[in-house]
Ligand binder design. Structure first.
Ligand SMILES: Cc1cc2nc3c(=O)[nH]c(=O)nc-3n(C[C@H](O)[C@H](O)[C@H](O)COP(=O)(O)O)c2cc1C
Length: 423
């Protein structure tokens, strides 16, 4: 079709020419371009040496557990309600004796200062700014007091691994209690370390060693190395150097004999709330709740322990149906979006924890990156709630989510096929 054309007038062009103000800070510029956790992961990968990146990003064996957990969240359908007033949405929740402004907190992760030199201080101060809990791992690279100083008014949780040297475990735990940590997470899914094969292939050790491969890999990532070499050396309790993989370190340190009696004893050593992290069957959930703990964390450790372990999101409905009114249920593993958080809440979780989603942000840009990760997840939580037509977390219910069947566990062996096999 023929169109009548004319020469545009300068006055018409002017309003169309809008140049964004140049952001001189490279970190801020980079982070502003990230709109999903996957975007942060891509930045993190470019900026972090392969050893620490793979330690974080990777999981155990063939990494099936992690892949399945993420896939499970994608294989759902949301059922929104229309014509609801969602002008004000309150995503805050009450969890383990305190408030959280968002229905997720930061999961305990070890060796955080290896992912980014700002480490736990960045995570704890980002959590403080957002009003969500921060969890410090037994394998943290910042002391409980350091975390308290970074998050002096907010909530800090301490994660305990029982070491063979019990006195050392109790000493660290008591320091956390004295520093005002309000909740103890007892992790029970590491009788031995899972096989994190990427660490073997990378020859990853603590601290990372400078072999030829590492040096070549370091060249395009100078900022990480500069930060790493010019800040306080990594230290974990009395250990500063370990010549094997992190998995081998866990096996040397942790006590594989810990049982339910130890759990009952531990429960009484902590003055605040206690939750058990790493519950993977309904039966174990029952046993732990019967011991009188305050909460359970359905988790397979981000797929880093038993590969092909149950997907926590699949386990959730049965645990919530039977134990939901006797305990608080926290869920982690595989959360990469605020929509995943909302799906978990709708299916019966009271709260969620994010591990890698936060670490990708941290690796992408230290404190600012952690802020950005929390901001992205929070935006997604609120938007998903509004689009579902709910204005508070209490309104979320299983009717909002259908799990699509493809990967759902079948309780019993599949029925015999009617078609006969050819001889
Ligand atoms: C790099 C890394 C280190 C971790 N270290 C610990 C730890 O020291 N203690 C612990 O209880 N869980 C640890 N976890 C597991 C997390 O607490 C959490 O269960 C898991 O990351 C949740 O899965 P997600 O990464 O998909 O969110 C670690 C996870 C990652 C990714």
């Amino acid at each position: 079709m023929r169109m009548d054309r004319r020469v545009p007038r300068p006055a018409e062009l002017a309003p169309l020419l809008k140049f964004k103000r140049f952001e001189p800070n490279g970190r801020t510029r980079r982070l502003a371009k990230a709109h999903t956790i996957a975007d942060l992961r891509a930045i993190a990968r470019r900026r972090t040496p392969q050893g620490p990146f793979d330690y974080t990003d990777g999981a155990a064996e063939e990494e099936l557990s992690l892949g399945r957990a993420r896939r499970a969240f994608r294989e759902i359908e949301f059922h929104p309600a229309i014509l609801r007033d969602v002008s004000h949405v309150d995503p805050s929740v009450e969890i383990l004796g305190g408030r959280s402004s968002m229905p997720f907190g930061i999961a305990p992760v070890g060796f955080t200062r290896m992912m980014h030199a700002e480490g736990e201080r960045a995570g704890a101060s980002a959590a403080a700014a957002a009003g969500i809990p921060f969890s410090l791992s037994t394998l943290g690279t910042t002391s409980p007091e350091g975390v308290r100083d970074a998050n002096p008014h907010g909530r800090n949780w301490f994660q305990l691994y029982m070491q063979k040297d019990r006195d050392k475990s109790m000493e660290l735990m008591n320091r956390a209690a004295a520093a005002g940590f309000d909740t103890l997470l007892i992790t029970v899914d590491v009788p031995v370390a899972g096989a994190r094969l990427r660490d073997h292939y990378n020859g990853f050790s603590i601290p990372p060693q400078l072999g030829l491969k590492t040096v070549l890999n370091a060249l395009p990532r100078p900022e990480w190395w500069f930060n790493f070499l010019t800040t306080e050396p990594l230290a974990f309790a009395s250990l500063t150097e370990w010549d094997g993989t992190i998995g081998e370190l866990l096996d040397a340190l942790f006590d594989p004999t810990v049982d339910f009696d130890d759990l009952a004893w531990l429960r009484d050593q902590w003055p605040g709330k206690v939750a058990v992290k790493g519950i993977q069957t309904l039966d174990d959930a029952r046993r732990v709740v019967d011991l009188g703990v305050d909460g359970i964390v359905l988790s397979n450790h981000g797929g880093r322990q038993l590969d092909r372990a149950p997907v926590p999101f699949h386990l959730l409905p049965s645990v919530a149906a039977e134990l939901g009114d006797r305990t608080e249920i926290v869920l982690d593993t595989g959360i990469m979006s605020g929509a995943d958080v909302v799906a978990a809440l709708a299916c019966g979780a009271d709260f969620t924890l994010v591990g890698r989603a936060y670490l990708y942000g941290l690796m992408a840009g230290g404190r600012e990156g952690a802020d950005r990760a929390i901001e992205i997840l929070s935006g997604q939580v609120v938007r998903t709630m509004k689009l579902l037509g709910v204005s508070s977390v209490a309104e979320l219910n299983p009717g909002h989510v259908t799990q699509l069947r493809q990967m759902m566990p079948v309780g019993a062996p599949a029925p015999a096929r009617t078609a006969t096999r050819r001889p």
